[in-house]
Design a protein. Sequence first.
Length: 111
Amino acid sequence: MTESAHEPSPAPLEVGKNLTIAHAATLRELLLCELEARPLLEITLPEDAEMDLSFIQVMESARLSAALQDKQFSMRTPASANLMRVLERAGFTTDMTSESRAFWFHEGTIQ
């Protein structure tokens, strides 16, 4: 195989179950540090994670930071039912861009 045939694998990052405002600053710092150190980062969310709007805001901020640095930030699995409810309550599912749909729901992407 040629060198170009090998695509690097994203670095996995598992986060804890409490993804609420109480832990938003810690998660933000973790994501920024990981994005600084790696060109590809893939986050794994616990299925039963507790989350609120602050989690969505931190993730959106990380997506923007990654894009500005020409890095790739993704979720290992599409949004769970719980995450989908948080996105809907926050109004994020209304008029979503194709990039947002690909990130949150893996629509139109091969992951």
